[in-house]
Design a protein around this ligand. Structure first.
Ligand SMILES: O=C[C@H](O)[C@H](O)COP(=O)(O)O
Length: 153
């Protein structure tokens, strides 16, 4: 079974988000692409609302992974991490993308359209789906420790 992927971007990240959507839509590793917006650069909806709406789809089990884009990749990451159960970070190099999954079991890769070039963004977004977290790895107990700090109701 392939990944169900949710995409989000504000107006500073919409061009890369749309390019990533096109790329992933033709990727045999991907079963479904859900786009929560924005739909165009004319939409001024602020990045926290988009990132949280998308992250909630992961927390609800409607998506497995997310790629979120804003100007820097930082605002969407900070926002997505407010959703319990979601681990998100900006990663702008291949090694970081690998460790984002293998060390941190993160479901969300965040990218900055104002920081890296489009071809690098596409490459990193593709590489993100090359990795699967190993729950028997030495990193697992560290991820469990992250989760132990989740707020409980
Ligand atoms: O992290 C925030 C993003 O980069 C966003 O796209 C731009 O935010 P700003 O307009 O507050 O700089």
């Amino acid at each position: 079974m392939g990944f169900r992927v949710v995409l989000a971007a504000d107006n500073a990240g919409v061009q890369y988000k749309d390019a990533i959507k096109e790329m992933l839509s033709g990727d045999e590793r991907i079963d479904e692409v859900i786009d929560v917006g924005v739909g165009s650069a004319d939409d001024a909806e602020a990045y926290p609302h988009l990132a949280v709406a998308a992250a909630r789809k992961i927390a609800a089990g409607e998506a497995d992974r997310g790629v979120f884009v804003c100007g820097t990749g930082m605002g969407v990451a900070i926002s997505a991490n407010k959703v319990p159960g979601v681990r998100a970070s900006t990663a702008h190099d291949s090694f970081s993308v690998e460790r984002l999954v293998l060390s941190n079991n993160a479901q969300v890769l965040c990218l900055g359209e104002r920081v890296i070039g489009k071809q690098l963004a596409l490459r990193l977004a593709s590489e993100f789906f090359d990795y699967t977290f190993d729950p028997s790895s030495a990193s697992a107990e560290k991820v469990d420790a992250i989760c132990s700090y989740e707020p409980t109701n």
